[in-house]
Design a protein around this ligand. Structure first.
Ligand code: SPV
Ligand code: MG
Length: 270
């Protein structure tokens, strides 16, 4: 994500669940998601937004999630107004929401738990996913903004981006709006920006790209009886080693290995 030039990383519940081969339905525990987020914060210098689903329980669970995610270097956490256990928004459902009062309390709890003043709390409403309509989505988003959310993520799974354009047009708060274009992919990030959306999260395209690529390459290896024909469309091993930090490892060996002092000095000067 960083090398591609994005501004931040979304630590996706869907992607982390998929990488463990379990449904994105709170099957994994907070510790599993936290471990993945910690790996991400180590790997990049970009801000990492942790998708904390419903906050793993009630307001007390939310407070603990904020504490632990801040400690592992996450820049932001996102919580959504579904009931626990949640189900991924693209599943057929049912998608049930907690009351506005209950979720506003969770937003307050998140904001009260942060120790770093810069930690960003995204409040996500699933009203459109649950089929409750635009007015309910706006009512919920406004309540969460009033409870102190730093941004409101309004999630939708329709094909038509005009629902979110209408949402943005009717939005009366300063609180920034965030969207996740998966099904309404015909819209560009620039069009969303013109409509007043402040952050666009491409939440699952990386995982979907790798599933398509791995499936196609493995099928071709079997069909072609070897790998020569796929070599051009797979990353060289050197890129894998670079990504996992071999350049730094080699440098550290020159600095800290059992070497004469002179060569250590020249390594420091590298
Ligand atoms: C995720 O990536 O886990 C999300 C976004 O919550 S979505 O899957 O699009 O609902
Ligand atoms: Mg998620």
């Amino acid at each position: 994500v960083q090398r591609a030039g994005f501004d931040g990383v979304w630590s996706s519940g869907l992607e982390i669940s998929a990488s463990h081969c379990v449904p994105d339905a709170n099957i994994l525990s907070m510790s599993d998601f936290l471990a993945a987020t910690a790996d991400m914060t180590r790997a990049v210098s970009l801000p990492v937004i942790a998708d904390c689903d419903t906050g793993y329980g009630d307001a007390n669970n939310v407070r603990y999630a904020v504490e632990r995610h801040e400690a592992c270097g996450a820049a932001a956490i996102c919580i959504e107004d579904k009931t626990f256990p949640k189900r991924n928004s693209f599943d057929t459902g049912p998608h049930t929401l907690v009351s506005i009062a209950e979720f506003s309390g969770k937003v307050l709890a998140a904001k009260s738990a942060q120790r770093d003043p810069d930690t960003f709390v995204l409040a996500r409403t699933e009203a459109l996913i649950a089929g409750l309509g635009l007015s309910e989505a706006l009512r919920r988003a406004a309540a969460y903004a009033d409870a102190g959310a730093d941004a409101v993520l309004v999630h939708d799974r329709g094909a038509d981006p005009r629902t979110l354009f209408s949402f943005a047009e009717r939005w009366r708060r300063e609180t920034p709006l965030v969207v996740v274009p998966t099904t309404f992919h015909v819209v560009t990030a620039s069009q969303l920006e013109s409509a007043g959306i402040k952050m666009v999260i491409y939440a699952n395209q990386g995982l979907r790209a790798s599933i398509a690529a791995v499936s196609s390459v493995l099928a071709r290896i079997l069909a072609d009886d070897g790998t020569t024909k796929v070599e051009d469309c797979i990353a060289p091993i050197s890129e894998v080693l670079d990504l996992q930090g071999f350049p730094e490892l080699r440098r550290n060996e020159r600095l800290f290995g059992a070497v004469p002092l002179e060569s250590r000095r020249s390594a420091v000067g590298d």
